[in-house]
Design a protein around this ligand. Structure first.
Ligand SMILES: [Zn+2]
Length: 359
């Protein structure tokens, strides 16, 4: 049967069609309003092999901001990867205002080859080569795809990490500051809402040519609100660390008003100085045995580890370079030149105003 529609009915039809087409797409994942979609960000082959990065889009029933959660730049920081795999099903798209994009694992070759720190395909850092290069090697092409499809459309970028296979790490968040008052204030609010009680304050110079190499730095220079949170260590997925990252991510959505969720920001965080933190690296190969655990408060000169040669003969002591908190310490007995042995961050009474870091 054919019948004419009134003008009002035609307008209503047009509006409902627009609503039905109101979708959000990342890679092959296209979610309608109020729905969740699973898909892939496809990185085609170039000078080396291609890559398929898993992506989840939760497109809220109500309009709002776009938040990207990214993990697995380091594919053996398992806790953060598992946390992001468990986050998306916890978000009720029917109650969500805005859109959540979850990328649980960028460095697929790392998880498949159990390779810490780097992408084994091209031996490059997948958290150190933004904005990427569509004509480069796999890491560069992958980061170009993440930058364009995930970071650029987002208002807020949350980057999840943890102790890698060789890192005995205590949980903490980073408050990255670029000197823009509104952006820095928004980042502080998210760090406290997330819920980890140690917050490392790190000042970035957005004008520096290297400021945008990491995911957080790239997002900061693009004007996004940025948060980095780390939990987990040494290949172990502990329930408490997992819960800290999942609950913290939901707290971010609560604090942004995107989900109905009561959030109690950390009232009295332990502020740590990121720019003044000290990383001790090995100057030779051999064996390392930590004398302190993560989270130990040390004084400058305290013994934090001992080294031996491959015969087992003592070769030296490793001493804390500054007073502070052991944010992480080497968790395996092997070391090689430039391998990180310990990282100590000074405790701040309160964060000083942003200051341009010296290069
Ligand atoms: Zn990491």
């Amino acid at each position: 049967m054919l019948r004419l529609l009134s003008t009002a009915a035609l307008v209503a039809l047009a509006a409902s069609t627009a609503a039905a087409q109101d979708t959000f797409t990342v890679g092959t994942a296209t979610a309608a309003r109020g729905a969740i979609a699973y898909g892939t960000l496809v990185v085609p082959p170039g000078p080396d092999s291609g890559l398929r990065i898993p992506v989840v889009v939760v497109h809220g029933a109500h309009p709002g901001r776009v938040v990207a959660f990214v993990a697995g730049s380091h594919g053996t920081e398992y806790t953060s990867i598992v946390a992001m795999q468990r986050l998306a099903p916890r978000i009720d798209a029917a109650r969500l205002a805005g859109t959540v994009v979850v990328v649980p694992l960028i460095n697929v070759a790392s998880i498949e080859g159990m390779t810490p720190h780097l992408n084994p395909v091209d031996r490059k850092s997948m958290n150190g080569n933004y904005p990427g290069d569509t004509a480069g090697t796999q890491t560069q092409r992958a980061l170009a795809a993440v930058a364009r499809a995930v970071v650029d459309p987002a208002d807020v970028v949350v980057d999840l990490h943890g102790g890698d296979l060789d890192e005995d790490l205590r949980p903490y968040s980073y408050w990255f500051r670029g000197g823009n008052a509104a952006q820095d204030s928004a980042g502080r609010a998210l760090a406290l809402a997330f819920g980890l009680d140690h917050v490392i304050v790190t000042d970035v110079d957005p004008a520096s040519p290297t400021a945008g190499r990491s995911l957080s730095g790239y997002a900061l220079t693009k004007g996004k609100t940025v948060l980095v949170a780390e939990a987990g260590r040494s290949g172990v997925v502990a329930p408490a660390d997992l819960a800290a990252l999942v609950d913290g991510s939901l707290n971010v959505l609560g604090a942004l008003g995107m989900l109905p969720r009561a959030v109690r920001p950390v009232a009295h965080p332990v502020w740590l100085g990121g720019n003044a933190s000290a990383r001790l690296a090995a100057d030779s190969g051999g064996m390392f045995f930590a004398a302190v655990a993560r989270d130990t408060r040390v004084r400058k000169g305290d013994v934090v580890g001992r080294t031996t040669d491959y015969h087992g003969r003592p070769t030296g002591e490793v001493r804390a370079p500054i007073d502070g908190v052991v944010t992480f310490v080497r968790g395996v007995p092997s070391m090689w030149p430039r391998a990180t042995l310990v990282n100590v961050a000074p405790v701040l009474a309160s964060p000083a105003p942003w200051a341009r870091p010296t290069p």
